[in-house]
Design a protein around this ligand. Sequence first.
Ligand code: UD1
Length: 418
Amino acid sequence: MDKIVVQGGRRLEGRVAASGAKNAALPLIFATILTDKPCRLTSVPEVADIRTACRLLEMLGAKVERPAAGELIIDCSSVSEFEAPYDLVRTMRASFLTLGPLLARFGRACVSKPGGCAIGSRPIDIHLQGFLTMGARVENVGGYADVAAERLRGAHVILDKPSVGATENIVMAACLADGHTRVENAAREPEVVDLVDALVSMGAKINGAGSSVIEIEGVPALDGFDHRVMPDRIEVGTFLIAGAMTRGDIFVEHGRAEHLGSLIGALEASGSTVRADAKGLGVYTDTRPLAISVKTAPYPGFPTDLQAQLMALMTLANGTSRICETIFENRFMHVSELQRMGASIKLSGNTAEVEGRVTLKGAPVMATDLRASVCLVLAGLAAQDQTEVLRVYHLDRGYENLEGKLASLGARVSREPA
Ligand code: UD1
């Protein structure tokens, strides 16, 4: 298994292009199950989770072609299996997003329950409650959720929490249900809006995406789509924080200020200058960051997927910062590794108190989830000496060519066999 080796202390400078968003591409790939017509996606990132999603579709009987880099053509006309097995759901929890589309088009879906993962218990009760409200029968058989309905009916669904995945799953299912569905307390994330844009281009009747109430009028069948995946706001945010940590001057093409308001506010409050134009987002930093406090929250709040990276920045801040994680209870796997690099962090419940240091020291480190891993790479960029980040497969799940992109900004970073 590979490791990422970082020689710290280089200021990042220059331009880098963000890839398409993994978290938008995954639901879009599963949305193709809703139709027997071919669908085309472009700007799909070349990352492990996307390969897993394509493998799952092929297991269901779909044809998946990759005519060019970043392009997928998916034909679900021959789907004949309705089961997402444990092995795949275990490696990628988003496999659960097959449930809504399979149920809506074929009336049957059997998906392994995801169980726990490194960042928390991650239940699926909100998804299943939505399908029950729409008239489905749900049985638990051998660790699988076996869900069936001759016809789903439109319903008034109130989500317990604004879950991104549950919103996407229920909206996809409602597109082919009988009658009207109203989803309240819906997630407002830009990835939900990107999915709805594609569904509308297929002929779905949906209003309100991006707000907390989404209304769907079911239609009998949907067409194919040709859709460009939105840019990855979490990747953009990760690069902006890397720029700030190295007192750099970088520009991230395709970054959109309207997707990253809470991060931009945090970076500006900590002393960076952020500039936005039609092509992307830039950050310029020439001082040690000031300590700021943040609390993660559903969109448009501060994203949990940027919490670890912001904590890496705060380990170098002038002052003490408090970072409160409200979405996933265990999402502090990076704390003990940052401490090994010299960071001063105290954990108390869901809050980390970070007392900034002037420098970090390179060390061999590893993490057990995607964002925790990338936060260690960022820490390594700003640290003295060499940092080795092990278990690179976590990074490969969601970052396209991370080391190449960082190297193009002047970082000394390489991938080596561990
Ligand atoms: C998505 C993102 C993930 C991000 C997360 C929160 C994808 C592929 N992944 O994950 O990167 O960190 O949003 O922004 O888009 N919950 C329940 N019951 C449920 C479903 C969720 O209690 O049935 C809880 C979760 O435990 C968590 C909260 O709701 O506390 C939010 O989770 P959710 O928005 O569903 O996250 P995902 O869609 O899995």
